[in-house]
Design a protein around this ligand. Sequence first.
Ligand code: BV8
Length: 232
Amino acid sequence: MRMRQTGRMRIVVLTGAGISAESGVATFRGAGGLWEGHRVEDVATPEGFERDPAMVQRFYDARRRAVASVHPNAAHRALARLEDALGDELLIVTQNVDDLHERAGSIRLVHMHGELRRALCTACDARPAWSRDLVDLPPCPVCGERMLRPDVVWFGEMPYELDRIEQAVVACDVFVSIGTSGAVYPAAGYAALASAFGARLVELNLEPSDAVVPFDDARTGPATTLVPTWVD
Ligand code: BV8
């Protein structure tokens, strides 16, 4: 592994649905393209929301309730320990919208695809913390308009904090991809970007993902086994 003069190592960890799978959170591409019984295009696109907002709100309300009933697993907790050791040399970039990383203790975390526990007001762009159901479209607590939707980045929408993520990816010494199929961009392009800037690539996944670049260290197995072993 390339170490900086100081001997400290900058690590970016990209997580996907696979890190939360053993907590009981469904992955996206496990069950033959259906996700909790829905086609992704019907529930994770602005067009799907436009077509049937109540169905999309119900879908995310159900996921919000489901996530509230599960707990972080050993993989989430191992990354929180890694942050205790590395501090600001570590950044976790998650595609997940659950709050299991936070509940395990991670702080240096970017939710590039948004968060189930926030709503987004399409009238004033406020992103209020939200734990209740949205299907009855309550008024925005900031502007009072009944224009709230889940604060989740849908296909065709701009992910959050791309500049911050790309700066960390090009500067890191080690890029670790955990539990992601590498199917969704721009997240799926980060391993190649890190490699182009000399980082060592590590993949921890139940099965090899269809990443476009070879990983220097690719380990297969459940995240709750692989991540603590790699961290500790
Ligand atoms: C954008 C909503 C413009 C949140 C999600 C053609 C080429 C390239 C790109 C595109 C293209 N056509 C369209 C695009 C862009 C598009 C895209 O990538 N489409 C794909 C399908 C081709 N991307 C976008 O639209 C993005 N926006 O591009 O904006 C832009 C951007 C940048 C600069 C300029 C312009 C927006 C993408 C966000 C979409 N929202 N979800 C929600 O409801 O949750 S995506 C959705 O997929 C989730 O966020 C999820 O995180 C993400 C990726 O899935 P994974 O997390 O990898 O989960 P998956 O089920 O696929 O895989 C699970 C993995 O875990 C597997 O590998 C499995 O082996 C592993 N696993 C399972 N169990 C375990 C395990 N591993 C370890 N242990 C276990 N126990």
